[in-house]
Design a protein around this ligand. Structure first.
Ligand code: FAD
Length: 305
């Protein structure tokens, strides 16, 4: 219920504008978002790479105008050249949302997004890093996977994301578990109808387990994106049994002590670090995942009055 309310709020332009302008929300948002500027993101990345890897996400989604999609692309290109120039590309990649690159434009949105994503992949390859294409709501799954396939023809290391809460995902894991295929498996952050998604938490975890078994017994590179200790334990066991290279992935600001402990135990751990001024939908998804975050948020707001 609460999660559904937050995910609905994430889509409200009015609430979004007001909250993004509010200085009161900023300190709480900073727990999950590195800051507004590339310098903020790079400072956070520099600190994290002492023991972890990083994926930087320039926040934005559902862009409705072409110049904004092109601006987002340029922001990624500038960021990537900085990763190269500042010797960070070996440990820092980028994550992109196709709807920020033009996929949500009317008409040929996905072909605009593919062109923009191709420029980003080319720049990433030039500086020596990789790109992972985030997965958005289920209406975009097929087009997103087609786009990733097209990108992989030229840049085979481009990462795909699959969401265990979708009923289709186990089959997608089978088709994406081939040689060299980088696949980030997450539970799924969008509010989906039961016709296409498991809505019960236990069913989502069961689906995650099945998907993990497929990826770990395949020949790709699994990227295990979860903060769930039970699934983390299972991933470590399966990886050992299959002698498989893989990485854990977690979000900036969530279970940082677990991130450090996994890294100290010798695991590869990548932290997804978002930055930029369009943080509202991302932040709403994080609040909806954990009621305690809401209490924390409200307490912070109240303490400013
Ligand atoms: C690296 C990464 C990339 C992702 N990319 C995508 C994507 O492309 N598309 C997509 O749909 N989703 C994406 N997600 C989000 C994902 O789908 C889930 O919504 C999110 O990770 C919460 O699920 P969980 O597996 O951590 O399990 P949960 O059962 O939600 O959480 C397990 C435990 O983790 C902690 N935790 C989880 N979330 C929070 C939080 N918000 N605040 C505080 N503690 C928390 C709590 O201790 C909780 O008990 C990504 C997640 C990660 C880690």
């Amino acid at each position: 219920m609460l999660r559904t309310a937050f995910l609905a709020a994430a889509k409200s332009p009015r609430l979004r504008g007001a909250t993004e302008r509010s200085t009161l929300a900023r300190p709480v948002v900073r727990r999950f978002v590195a800051g507004e500027q590339p310098d903020d993101a790079l400072a956070v990345a520099r600190a994290l790479i002492a023991d972890r890897l990083v994926s930087l996400d320039y926040l934005g989604e559902n862009t409705r105008d072409r110049p904004q999609a092109d601006e987002t692309t340029d922001a990624y290109l500038a960021l990537l050249y900085r990763l190269g120039a500042e010797d960070l590309a070996g440990r820092v990649e980028v994550s992109v949302k196709l709807s920020a690159l033009g996929a949500a434009l009317s008409g040929d949105g996905f072909s605009v997004a593919l062109d923009n994503a191709a420029k980003i992949c080319a720049a990433a390859a030039e500086v020596g890093t990789t790109v992972t294409v985030d997965m958005e709501d289920h209406t975009t799954t097929d087009a997103t996977l087609d786009t990733v396939r097209a990108l992989r023809a030229d840049w085979p290391a481009t990462g795909a994301v699959l969401q265990a809460h979708l009923r289709r995902t186990e089959a997608d894991c089978v088709s994406l578990s081939g040689l060299g295929s980088r696949v980030r498996l997450c539970k799924g952050a969008y509010d989906e109808p039961s016709s296409v998604a498991f809505r019960d938490r236990a069913e989502v975890s069961d689906s995650y387990r099945r998907c993990l078994r497929v990826l770990m017994s395949g020949s790709g590179y699994p990227m295990v994106a979860t903060h769930d200790p039970v699934l983390i334990g299972l991933a470590a066991e399966l990886a050992e049994a299959h002698a498989r290279e893989f990485e854990f992935q977690m979000l900036y600001g969530i279970r940082p002590e677990a991130q450090r402990a996994l890294a100290a135990a010798g695991h590869r751990v990548r932290v997804y670090v978002p930055y930029g001024s369009a943080w509202f939908p991302y932040f709403m998804r994080r609040l909806g995942e954990r009621p305690a975050n809401l209490t924390f948020f409200l307490r912070a707001l109240a303490s400013h009055h």
